[in-house]
Design a protein around this ligand. Structure first.
Ligand code: NAP
Length: 246
């Protein structure tokens, strides 16, 4: 199968974890990818693993910065000739209950997830509407659906991504541009491996499939939303959770 043959995808936060798995899956399906990440060395190492300059490039990008996000997308168009898929995946957590969370922790998480997804969606949509084709995939979280203790910042940002994606989907649908959302549950990655054991164990009790998800299981759904397999879907939210909190 080559579901993304000849297409170009940008993936933010693609140096590791879910973003890297998405990049790997897309390359296997024929795409050329540009990885935008805070850590340039990690992004370059990821691009090498993905096959080097003919298939993958790395750009240093802080998604909270509009100019850097615009430059990331421009680089993809310049190097590979188009932007067909944009995955807004970059993320951080700064968990604390409201009693302890600082304003800075709140603002940082909103900036990376919500402002970052808006920056990426807005720039990608501007390029794609001219091409009359494109798919934007925004990575939310189950935390944005149900709200999680210690995550008033993260749950707000991830719920916000759903609203922004639906609004954007309505604005650009008639230009052939689709915007969809994935809400992963508990997925094994650096972000979740930093979690205290008791928090991990509690989450496991909520999962009907009785296991955490793997990054390639999110990547498969991103491939579906990025490809023509989902050509009549926009503004949707797909949960990748093993049935957790359905
Ligand atoms: P991860 O392994 O920590 O990867 C996140 C990536 O984003 C890292 O490469 C990180 O770079 C990068 N990043 C952070 N801030 C950035 C910024 N301002 N600009 C550009 N890149 C930035 O996490 P993950 O688990 O793969 O998460 C990927 C996405 O899935 C996130 O949006 C996360 O909220 C979401 N998600 C994850 C889970 C889960 O269970 N893992 C569940 C639901 C949703 P540095 O390492 O250099 O900081």
């Amino acid at each position: 199968m080559t579901l993304l043959q000849g297409r170009t995808a940008v993936i933010t936060g693609g140096a590791q974890g879910i973003g890297f798995a998405i990049a790997e899956t897309f390359v296997k399906e024929g795409a050329r990818v540009v990885i935008g990440d805070l850590d340039l060395a990690a992004a370059q190492a990821a691009a090498e693993k993905l096959g080097g300059p003919d298939t993958a490039r790395a750009v240093r990008c802080d998604v909270t910065d509009t100019a850097q996000t615009n430059a990331l997308v421009d680089a993809a168009v310049e190097v590979f000739g188009s932007l067909d898929v944009m995955v807004n995946n970059a993320g951080i957590t700064r968990d604390a209950t409201m009693r302890k969370m600082t304003e800075e922790q709140f603002d940082q998480v909103i900036a990376v997830h919500l402002r970052g997804a808006w920056n990426g969606t807005r720039k990608a949509a501007a390029v794609m509407r001219e091409q009359k084709r494109g798919a934007i995939v925004n990575i939310s979280s189950l935390s944005g659906k149900v709200g999680m203790i210690g995550q008033t910042n993260y749950s707000a940002a991830k719920a916000g991504i759903v609203g922004l994606s639906k609004a954007a989907a309505k604005e650009v649908a008639h230009h052939g541009v689709r915007v969809n959302v994935i809400q992963p549950g508990l997925i094994r990655s650096a972000m979740t491996e930093a979690m205290p054991q008791h928090a991990w164990d509690h989450k496991m009790t909520e999962i009907p499939m009785q296991r955490a998800g793997e990054v390639h299981e999110v990547a498969g759904v991103a491939l579906f939303l990025a490809s023509d397999l989902s050509s009549y879907m926009t503004g949707t939210v797909l949960e990748v959770t093993g049935g957790r909190l359905m």
